[in-house]
Write a protein that binds this ligand. Structure first.
Ligand code: NAD
Ligand code: DAU
Length: 352
């Protein structure tokens, strides 16, 4: 008999695939159900190593589809949810905010309703875990960190949709006593990261000797965490976090974009046997992202002290590991950079 039956939404995406992998490998007595619509960002090639496990199931479904959700909760007797499904790219949200509101806000409400209905207000042993982002806190100046009590101040359509979904999750706790927990993580990097985001985009362009588009002056700061450390934090919070609480996740690893791109270029010159400085010559400053948040920096003290989580991968080592993975998985990269993605990419960068 399975001990738990967990619905992971967005399990075919970047972070979701690492969470699915961790849960499938670590908990052989759990049933893990990956519920994913397979948008441009969802890719079952991310899960080839676990897809044959007997306690893993994939359901192609949309979080907006209330009927399909109800059927899935019932069929698999779901008792826990780890909700990662979302539209996740800030630049796309600026191009098309509606889609972000529909998926991230309405989709989350549909999922909350499905859990509430399936669990029929008997919430003993149940858990709804919502994966959020540090971007809901807004943008920092040179000083300070985001804590769990920092007021929400989202500034892009993406972060506005995430902040709104966070509020709905907490409203379900307050109004119906649904047992919820939320975490807010800083920027992730690592294998299976879709090459529209900074690090994999730069890796792909260095490989192909294409320009490296740095927005504005490259002075914006992000706080980077290796994706497997995020997945481990999700595991700890899912099992040990307190209902109604928010937990910040981050590794105190702030980098100016331009410094990060230079570091990546150095690593890649070595790995590709190119002359020192060759990849950095590809750096091209382009038009800034509208409303570009200046700095994110997470204070993860609560998660560390209350739950005992801490990051394990140091940045330079994680970056090398990531570059090695992309160089060893060119087929994966070629698959995701063909077709629809290419059209989007050209549209996005043709006017910069
Ligand atoms: P991603 O874009 O790589 O993956 C999103 C996944 O959700 C895809 O598999 C996609 O097919 C699926 N999906 C989208 N719409 C869906 C729908 N309507 N129904 C079902 N599935 C749907 O995203 P990611 O970077 O892995 O982020 C996962 C979650 O973590 C998101 O909620 C994001 O806000 C949050 N987050 C991301 C980061 C980061 O650095 N990437 C940091 C903090 C938090
Ligand atoms: O902080 C967590 C968030 O991190 C997540 O919630 C989002 O889902 C995730 O996409 C990420 O958002 P960012 O906007 O910070 O990530 P992105 O990789 O798009 O950009 C990182 C920084 O690099 C940002 O300052 C913009 C800049 N950038 C990005 C791209 C794609 C460039 O300079 N050039 C680029 O081509």
């Amino acid at each position: 008999m399975t001990k738990r039956s967990i619905l992971i939404t967005g399990g075919a995406g970047f972070i979701g695939s690492h969470v699915v992998r961790l849960f499938v490998n670590k908990y052989p007595d759990y049933q893990i159900v990956n519920y994913d619509k397979l948008t441009y960002a969802g890719n079952l090639e991310n899960l080839r190593d676990v897809e044959k496990s007997a306690h893993y199931k994939f359901v192609k479904g949309d979080i907006l589809d209330a009927e399909m959700l109800q059927k899935t909760f019932l069929e698999f007797q779901i008792d826990g949810v780890v909700h990662l499904a979302a539209e996740s790219h800030v630049d796309r949200s600026i191009e098309n905010p509606d889609e972000f509101a529909i998926t991230n806000i309405i989709g989350t409400i549909r999922l909350l309703n499905a859990a509430k209905k399936a669990w029929q207000n008997n919430f003993e042993g149940k858990r709804f875990y919502h994966i959020s982002t540090d971007e809901v806190y807004g943008s920092l100046g040179a000083e300070g960190f985001f804590t769990e009590t920092t007021p929400l101040d989202p500034r892009s359509p993406y972060s506005a949709s995430k902040a709104s979904s966070d509020q709905f999750v907490l409203a379900f706790e307050n109004s119906y006593h649904l047992p919820v927990v939320i975490s807010r993580c800083s920027n992730n990097y690592g294998p299976y990261h879709f090459p529209e985001k900074l690090i994999p985009l730069m890796i792909n362009n260095v490989i192909n000797e294409k320009p490296l588009p740095v927005y504005g002056k490259g002075e914006n700061i992000r706080d980077w965490l290796f994706v497997e450390d995020h997945a481990k934090a999700i595991d700890v919070i899912f099992h040990k976090g307190k209902n109604g609480e928010v937990y910040n996740i981050g590794g105190h690893n702030e980098w100016k974009n331009i410094d990060l791109v230079h570091l990546l270029c150095e690593i890649m010159d070595k790995k590709l046997g190119r002359t020192k400085g060759a990849s950095a010559k590809l750096i091209t400053y382009v038009k800034d992202r509208p409303g570009h948040d200046m700095r994110y920096a997470i204070n993860p003290t609560k998660t560390k002290t209350e739950l005992g989580w801490a990051p394990t991968i140091q940045f330079e080592a994680g970056l090398e590991k990531t570059v090695d993975w992309y160089l060893a998985n060119k087929e994966w990269l070629n698959h995701v950079t063909s077709g629809a993605y290419r059209g989007y990419y050209e549209n996005m960068y043709s006017n910069r």
